[in-house]
Write a protein that binds this ligand. Structure first.
Ligand code: SF4
Ligand code: SF4
Length: 387
């Protein structure tokens, strides 16, 4: 066996990039056991071991930077739930990636994504001036001093044709509930959450600072987001850059509106619905009840729980930049999720995140189950149930 090189400089560099807790790890391996990569077969599953990767980085040993492993983590946070030392594993992964991406070695498949976010302010290669195309014919109000909330629509739901349905449903529901909201539009940039998780710290700082300046200039005090990824980063990462606002995922606002009698659903749904907890709404933000409360308020809907639910929810595999990854059939976490939903007899698998919708739809199609199981974003079901 070849001896491994140990680099004290690399060890310190990774710690400086944000792996603050990497030395707390005592190598028990509980994290590895909980990781969803253990549930699927294939090359990535065989090579990816989060305990081992952290050990290499902890010691400054070469090997952690191997692309297939380093960029496999979806940042789902499952591993952290059971770490006896409270290691912030997702931060450690981000820091390891930042030490590589910061040196100009981003994986080839992610370079166009990062390039687009630099050039267009979004990772979807969408021209900035087309950010508001989804609003055509809808009369969406602009944010101004007369509006209580600024609605931030995820880039995915501004540009991806399937995902624009989420933006349209959320705005319809907020309007129906009488919520005072408005959008800013083409000056907005991507929240940068995925860019930071990929490890492009410089790009994240650029996007985030531009948003902080914009939102503060416009007088924003309270934000509603369509995606839990945007909500998480606004709430947890923007304050240190000068962005201190009250931030809500749309499900929180709608749940409150229903409880206050400002929103109700008269349409009958008549379907068996299971809810998939998105990692960034559930495990990372602790919001398990608002989407469930909303589903339970639907007439004729039978709501069933998946076996892996709430804190134990199985990741769709779209976080941490993995939405841009290519994974062979049979190795996708989403496929397990489709089987979970089918096992419960669900006719609709609902979720509340544009990335989850994307990943679960792909998985459902790859298993040819699209005729028996519909993948829907919660807002879409609610908008239809408005009648
Ligand atoms: S569970 Fe925590 S202490 Fe155990 S190996 Fe993983 S990170 Fe280290
Ligand atoms: S965050 Fe999720 S994908 Fe990444 S190592 Fe932990 S359990 Fe595995």
């Amino acid at each position: 066996m070849e001896p491994k090189n140990v680099s004290l400089e690399m060890k310190e560099y990774v710690a400086d990039m944000g792996a603050d807790t990497i030395n707390w790890c005592m190598q028990c391996g509980l994290c590895t056991n909980l990781c969803p990569w253990r549930l699927v077969p294939g090359e990535t599953s065989e090579s990816f071991n989060i305990r081992h990767m952290q050990r290499l980085a902890q010691m400054g040993m070469e090997g952690f930077e191997e692309e297939k492993s380093l960029f496999a983590c979806t940042t789902c946070g499952m591993c952290q739930t059971n770490c006896p030392r409270g290691v912030k594993i997702v931060d450690n992964v981000r820091a390891m990636r930042a030490s590589i991406v910061g040196a100009g070695m981003a994986p080839a498949n992610l370079r166009p994504i990062l390039g687009s976010a630099h050039a267009n302010g979004n990772p979807w290669s969408g021209p900035r001036e087309k950010r508001t195309d989804w609003q055509e014919g809808l009369n969406i109000p602009f944010f101004g001093p007369d509006k209580e909330y600024f609605l931030f629509v995820c880039c995915h739901s501004c540009y991806d044709p399937r995902s624009t349905r989420i933006a349209k449903s959320v705005t319809r529901l907020l309007t129906q509930a009488g919520i005072s909201f408005g959008v800013i539009g083409i000056e907005e940039s991507c929240c940068g959450e995925s860019m930071r998780k990929i490890g492009d710290e410089e790009l994240f700082q650029k996007l985030a600072q531009s948003n902080v300046n914009l939102f503060n200039d416009k007088g924003v005090k309270r934000i509603i987001t369509t995606s839990p990824h945007c909500a998480w980063t606004f709430k947890n990462e923007y304050p240190e850059l000068g962005g201190e606002w009250e931030v809500f995922h749309y499900t929180e606002i709608l749940d409150q509106a229903v409880q206050e009698g400002k929103l109700s659903f008269s349409g009958k749904v008549g379907k068996k619905i299971a809810f998939h907890d998105p990692c960034y709404l559930g495990r990372h933000s602790g919001l398990y009840d608002p989407p469930r409360n909303l589903l339970k308020g639907l007439q004729g809907a039978e709501v069933v729980e998946l076996d892996r639910a709430r804190e134990m929810s199985l990741c769709c595999a779209g976080g941490g930049g993995r939405i841009w990854g290519e994974v062979p059939l049979g190795e996708r976490f989403g496929e397990l999720r489709i089987v979970d939903a089918s096992d419960r007899g669900a006719q609709i698998l609902a979720t509340a995140c544009p990335y989850c919708v994307n990943m679960l739809t792909d998985a459902c199609n790859s298993l040819s189950r699209q005729d028996s199981l519909e993948i829907a974003e919660l807002s879409e079901i609610l908008a239809i149930a408005l009648g």
